[in-house]
Ligand binder design. Structure first.
Ligand SMILES: Cc1cc2nc3c(=O)[nH]c(=O)nc-3n(C[C@H](O)[C@H](O)[C@H](O)COP(=O)(O)OP(=O)(O)OC[C@H]3O[C@@H](n4cnc5c(N)ncnc54)[C@H](O)[C@@H]3O)c2cc1C
Ligand code: FES
Ligand code: FES
Length: 483
């Protein structure tokens, strides 16, 4: 086996002392790079953020901010990362460090390396465009084009966010001597096939999809790992030690995004941020979902395949994809089969996917419904798991509901379709009395339970008010159109 190495801040380092379950954060800190901090070890605080050289759409490299605490370091074999130590030094601060210092954006400093890395990821975003003189900018963007969502996965407990935002909004653009900016013009490192066994586990990155499927057939204990934003939490907080992890997030067949006349196909291992950027407004329901899903740091690694692979009843993508009538493409050595997402979930964290199958892609049929919305009810606006999530997709022809699909999350042991509500709506006029009648049915869907996120009564009430919220938004929209 070739030696496993990771290029950190421009220097290749061997993976000495790591096991298959060692996180990138633990390894960095063990090698003396203690700039990256551990605040939570579950992707919530961003103190561990670092930059990963990832493929850009133009064939070059983009610097993607990711949570080092969630990734197995073995997944970085042959890859390049930059930590806060690699951005600048006390004598020659990087522009993001300089601005943070000038704006008073750091007090105890524990969160600062993570903020600096997330900020640097946005600083180097190739399509960050400053506003034209006099152009109005929304409050979540700076005049320099800085998107504040880039910091949505970073928490600071003592400075307060205004100075940090001030630092971000006064950043300029990289100059001609900036090495990390220049690095963007060369391709990102390719995935390196890996077979690393150390400690209580083995980490394999197969070279091809065929090899992956053969492994799934032959190794009943194999556990797929994509962005590791779920798995990393299991490893760190619940001590999960899968004997064999099989990395799939760099398989080309799982990273495509294709739009045909019949469907939009999203590769199961395409990071959510990439899907978000590449789809733009093409699927409005998903465009509403993405900004509400976790944080930019999590979306930079998390995938549709991982969200569906857990079979969780509270994932955000199932309610949206159920409303869109999505189908899953499941692949095994025997070939591919398509499954309606509505038939995929069979019980709490159980699905029809066999152990020898993986989700290769998600297919969303076209044309899309004309009225769509995604409602997420959670305790925080960003970076929080849903208490209830609802996806709506309706066709309203001449004021009458011609078709309706409603997906629900957080109200039963599985995500589900609100079939009774759909039946109550179809064929009825889109007006307040239909909406009231439909709301009464929707409030009774599912079997919500009480937990630390919400009580069962609260969840039912949220269902009961969702249609009215959708209706009022369509009425406001049509008033705006006719005005
Ligand atoms: C701080 C934080 C915030 C979060 N916020 C949200 C949120 O707002 N909404 C939400 O829905 N989730 C949220 N999550 C959960 C998580 O980010 C998502 O579920 C994400 O989509 C998982 O994708 P992944 O690629 O990282 O999965 P991984 O962790 O790599 O894998 C998760 C599971 O899916 C399996 N799997 C992965 N890919 C496939 C595939 N192609 N086929 C079959 N099985 C597969 C794996 O074997 C594993 O069991 C959050 C997580 C964290 C840590
Ligand atoms: S340590 Fe908190 S997100 Fe990684
Ligand atoms: S400066 Fe102390 S946590 Fe942010």
């Amino acid at each position: 086996m070739d030696e496993i190495t990771v290029t950190v801040n421009g220097r290749r380092r061997p993976l000495q002392g790591a096991t298959a379950h060692t996180t990138a954060l633990d390894w960095l800190r063990d090698t003396g790079l203690s700039g990256s901090k551990e605040g939570c070890a579950e992707g919530e605080c961003g103190a561990c953020a670092m930059l990963l050289a990832s493929p850009a759409d133009d064939g070059g490299t983009t610097w993607t901010a990711v949570n080092a605490c969630l990734m197995p370091v073995a997944s970085l074999n042959g890859q390049e990362v930059v930590t806060a130590e690699g951005l600048g030094s006390p004598d020659a601060l990087h522009p993001v460090q300089q601005k943070l210092a000038e704006a008073g954006g750091s007090q105890c400093g524990y969160c600062t390396p993570g903020f600096a890395c997330s900020m640097a990821g946005e600083y180097y975003r190739a399509d960050r465009v400053p506003a034209a003189p006099g152009e109005e900018v929304c409050e979540e963007h700076g005049p320099n084009g800085f998107d504040l969502h880039a910091l949505s996965g970073n928490l600071c407990r003592c400075t307060g966010y205004r100075p940090i935002r001030d630092a971000a909004y006064t950043l300029g653009s990289p100059d001609a001597t900036d090495e990390l900016a220049a690095r963007r013009t060369r391709p990102a490192p390719r995935a390196v096939p890996t077979d690393f066994e150390a400690g209580a586990g083995r980490f394999i990155r197969p070279a091809t999809l065929d090899e992956t499927l053969r492994l799934l057939r032959d190794e009943p204990t194999a556990l797929l790992v994509a962005g590791s934003t779920d798995l990393g939490v299991e490893v760190n907080l619940r001590g999960r030690r899968a004997p064999l992890m099989v990395a799939i997030e760099q398989l080309d067949e799982l990273r495509n995004l294709t739009i045909t006349d019949e469907f939009v196909e999203i590769g199961a291992a395409l990071p959510l941020s990439d899907a978000e950027r590449r789809l733009g407004d093409r699927v409005p329901l998903l465009a509403q979902l993405f900004p509400q899903f976790a944080s930019r740091l999590i979306r930079n690694r998390g995938t549709f395949g991982g969200n569906l692979g857990t079979g969780s009843p509270i994932g955000d993508t199932p309610p949206a994809l159920l409303a869109l009538g999505a189908r899953l493409v499941l692949a095994s050595v025997d070939g591919e089969r398509e499954v309606e997402l509505a038939d995929y979930f069979t019980g709490y964290r159980q699905t029809v996917r066999r152990a020898d199958e993986l989700i290769r892609a998600i297919r969303i049929p076209l044309p899309l419904a004309r009225v769509t919305a995604f409602h997420k009810i959670a305790k925080r606006r960003f970076d929080d798991i849903s208490s209830v999530a609802i996806g709506f997709a309706l066709d309203i022809d001449d004021g009458v509901i011609a078709a309706a699909r409603i997906g629900l999350g957080g109200v039963a042991a599985t995500p589900l379709r609100a079939y009774a509500t759909e039946a109550a709506l179809i064929g009825e006029p889109w007006n307040v009395s239909t909406v009231r009648a439909g709301s009464a049915v929707l409030q009774g869907e599912g079997t919500p339970m009480s937990d630390h996120r919400a009580s069962s009564d609260y969840r039912s009430l949220m269902l009961g008010s969702a249609l009215l919220k959708l209706y009022s938004s369509t009425v406001i929209e049509s008033k705006e159109v006719s005005a």
